[in-house]
Design a protein. Structure first.
Length: 154
């Protein structure tokens, strides 16, 4: 049994060496700057939407935050549908996928991919294939925390 694991380790190391030899070198500093600029631009757009909601439309802070989230999700969904968000993500890396717009992209992308299978079995069935677990665990966690707050904190 030890001889198998030693052989596997050697194979894994050889494979790792092979991957490193053919992979193009990545410039971490440039990638971090691109991610920072992309995420910063998305957040700046969100701040502009929030400021417009509060200052021009006289919304309170909570309503402005809701409008901002909905608008950013909508914009990202439209950009994903047009095929532009993929290009933004390719250039900006994690900066495009960490904000709420990345969540919108993760919901719309599978739907676009499976559109040819029809609206029920394609779009409907695959719509939450990536985001579904996030929703399930996020909602479940919020319910548990809400119950703890209601029964034990107050």
């Amino acid at each position: 049994m030890d001889s198998i694991s030693v052989k596997d380790k050697k194979t894994n190391k050889d494979y790792g060496d092979y991957v490193n030899s053919i992979s193009p070198p990545s410039n971490i500093v440039i990638n971090c700057i691109k991610a920072f600029l992309t995420g910063g631009l998305i957040c700046t757009i969100g701040q502009v939407i929030s400021n417009i909601s509060k200052n021009i439309y006289n919304m309170n802070k909570e309503d402005a935050a809701t409008i901002t989230s909905i608008t950013l999700i909508f914009i990202a969904a439209v950009l994903t549908g047009l095929g532009l968000y993929k290009k933004i993500g390719k250039w900006g890396g994690a900066g495009a996928f960490v904000p709420i717009t990345g969540f919108s992209n993760s919901i719309v992308s599978p739907a676009m991919e499976f559109k040819k299978e029809g609206y029920v079995l394609g779009v409907g069935a695959k719509l939450f294939s990536i985001a579904g677990p996030v929703l399930v665990y996020g909602i479940s966690t919020s319910v548990v925390i809400g119950l703890i707050d209601y029964f034990f904190v107050r």
